[in-house]
Design a protein around this ligand. Structure first.
Ligand code: 4AD
Ligand code: MG
Length: 441
């Protein structure tokens, strides 16, 4: 293999092509496709930042022509040529190829398995390590990265300090039915974290306003388009904060993520053919409705949900279709919510919690609210939920020593990004999805 560096001045990415009109440049990437038309070749190159069409003439550049003719898909190539504005080309520019260096040729006997045609989703998921090269998948991963960048920018800007939560934990946070048990050193039992919440409650008492952002794990037996077994969650927590503070933070955070994607990832959203008009309105304030109002709205639309029911996908989709931006449903019955939720002093049967439901059927993207801060009530809740008190002694310490009202939430990154991208299933928005039957590749 030859050297892969070139005169730095002329090496550009495809994304930068527009700034080099009529100039000679070098691109380093892969052959996406090549079409032959008599003495002309029309290769398409990709480099991770975009795709560009090329033209190569046999008469003018016989060596480049021979290198490209019949070249196999995904062979790695370094290409030199002149950038030209071309309205009909995808991206608006093409490259007149003058020189081609093949870095690795994909053997004809073992061609790249993902062809430029429709493939079944299992076929693609088995080849996820290659599938991510397709323009659509690469665009999704760029939007994901932008969503993460924007989310952290927003949280930092609001004065929240990042404090990472552990992945190995001694106890459940979100119910014992979805715990992944790990055989820890010397046969100690540990679990993969379901949520960093309990730990950010501790760091909030140390630093005031904090968040954690990392992978979380749930042995979800559900095979829906909204469930992964490993997903990323951003979890803010603040001392001396209440439910309404968290709803305001949630709408600000989600708006900033959406608006940043619209501003900075326009090309990628175009690649996905996302109807961005549906995202443009995502700005505060988001509607806030109580659980009881939600039940009323559902009933008016012929859904038979009744007080005390938890909402499933159908209810969430129906509710969110009433609004052009996410809706926040607050004060669910305490009985259907987690042990740590603070009861509403006016209505102790209701929890001071909220869910944020994304439009277009993407469902719950945020869950959170105020935490029980009273020691005795928390002990009672642990017992009612049959949770092991010893494992929660450290958590109870937060109520023993300077307990204060506090609140937070968890934003599911993949559900949020799936909605921004408009993808059918959330497994497309994480580089290597883990689902009920899949831990490969
Ligand atoms: O509503 P959840 O279960 O809330 C918590 O875990 C709280 N402890 C968070 C907190 O208050 N700090 O999960 C939060 C969000 C959901 O709204 C959803 O977006 C996402 O995490 N989520 C999942 N995403 C993908 N696959 C799954 N299996 C998910 N389960 C939850
Ligand atoms: Mg929830």
């Amino acid at each position: 293999m030859s050297a892969i560096t070139r005169d730095a001045a002329s090496v550009i990415t495809i994304e930068q092509a527009g700034q080099h009109d009529a100039q000679q440049v070098t691109l380093r990437g892969w052959l996406y496709n090549v079409r032959e038309s008599g003495k002309l070749l029309f290769p398409i190159f990709r480099d991770g930042t975009g795709i560009i069409q090329g033209v190569c003439s046999q008469k003018e550049h016989p060596q480049a022509f021979e290198a490209l003719r019949g070249l196999t898909q995904e062979s790695s190539v370094i290409v030199t040529g002149i950038i030209r504005s071309e309205k009909r080309a995808p991206g608006g520019y093409e490259i007149g190829v003058t020189k081609v260096e093949i870095v690795q040729k994909v053997p004809e006997s073992d061609p790249y398995p993902i062809q430029l045609k429709e493939h079944g989703v299992d076929f693609l998921l088995d080849r996820r390590h290659l599938w991510i090269r397709s323009p659509r998948q690469a665009a999704i991963l760029r939007i994901r990265a932008e969503a993460i960048r924007a989310a952290r920018e927003y949280m930092d800007g609001q004065g929240y300090t990042l404090t990472d939560a552990p992945v190995f934990t001694p106890a459940a946070c979100e119910g014992t039915t979805t715990l992944f048990e790990v055989n820890y050193i010397d046969d100690q039992k540990a679990y993969l974290t379901q949520s960093g919440q309990l730990y950010v409650e501790a760091t909030a008492m140390a630093l005031g306003k904090v968040y954690t952002f990392g992978p979380t794990f749930r042995a979800e037996k559900s095979k829906t388009r909204r469930h992964l077994t490993e997903f990323w969650m951003l979890e803010p927590e603040a001392a001396y904060a209440d439910l309404s503070d968290m709803m305001a933070l949630g709408e600000g955070l989600v708006s900033h993520m959406v608006q940043s994607a619209l501003k900075n990832r326009q090309r990628e959203l175009e690649t996905l053919k996302r109807d961005t008009a549906k995202l443009a309105n995502v700005r505060p304030p988001f509607p806030r409705i109580s659980y009881e109002e939600a039940i009323r709205i559902l009933n008016e639309h012929g859904n038979s949900a009744k007080m005390g029911d938890d909402f499933g996908g159908d209810e969430e989709t129906l509710l969110s279709s009433e609004y052009d931006r996410p809706v926040m449903v607050h004060r669910y019955p305490a009985a259907i919510k987690a042990f740590y939720m603070q009861p509403d002093p006016q209505r102790p049967d209701l929890a001071l919690g909220f869910d944020m439901l994304a439009p277009e059927g993407y469902g719950e993207i945020i869950g959170g609210g105020q935490r029980v801060h009273d020691y005795d009530l928390l002990v009672k809740r642990l017992r009612e939920n049959k949770l092991p008190e010893e494992a929660f002694q450290w958590y109870l310490d937060l109520r023993r020593y300077g307990s204060v009202p506090h609140a937070g939430f968890g934003l599911g990154l993949e559900r949020t990004v799936a909605w921004i991208c408009g993808t059918e299933h959330i497994r497309e928005v994480i580089p290597f999805p883990r689902t009920i039957y899949r831990v490969y590749p």
